[in-house]
Design a protein. Structure first.
Length: 154
């Protein structure tokens, strides 16, 4: 038991040592420092149902992908708008993840059946093959130049 406690303490301190130091930059410094901005174009494919709206969520990698709100963008598009590429201008350099939902019942969330399987079309950046909820590592991407993300709806 004592060995297990020491192992947990060692791993915890190692993980804490690997975390980056918190930023000491103030809001005014952040606003005044130049940061590259890019165009992020999102192309959706396989929108097969002719009803509902498209909900687009753009997460920063510090967000809780499965439980939290997307801190960068949450936007609703009509099916007609989503048929054309969605263009986001002036997106700061950084790491992001995209979740797209075709909200058929307009409840602003992914409908699931009694077994926990999605009942509405959805897609993620990087188009991962999923056998359960995605991890941020599966769907994140770096934006350091203009980029097109092609997302296939499932």
């Amino acid at each position: 038991m004592k060995t297990k406690a020491l192992l947990i303490a060692s791993v915890t301190s190692l993980l804490m040592a690997c975390e980056p130091a918190p930023s000491t930059q103030t809001a005014s410094q952040a606003e005044s420092s130049p940061q590259s901005q890019h165009t992020l174009t999102i192309k959706l494919s396989n929108i097969s149902k002719p009803e509902g709206n498209i909900k687009l969520f753009v997460y920063r990698t510090s967000d809780d992908l499965l439980r939290g709100q997307a801190s960068y963008l949450q936007q609703t598009y009509s099916l007609e708008q989503a048929a054309a590429p969605i263009v986001l201008n002036q997106v700061p350099t950084g790491d992001y993840a995209i979740f797209v939902l075709q909200d058929l019942d307009d409840d602003h969330k992914l409908a699931m059946n009694h077994q926990g399987m999605p009942q509405e079309p959805y897609g993620y950046s990087n188009n991962p093959v999923l056998m359960g909820p995605p991890t941020m590592a599966q769907v994140q991407f770096s934006l350091n130049q203009d980029k097109t993300a092609e997302i296939k709806m499932n």
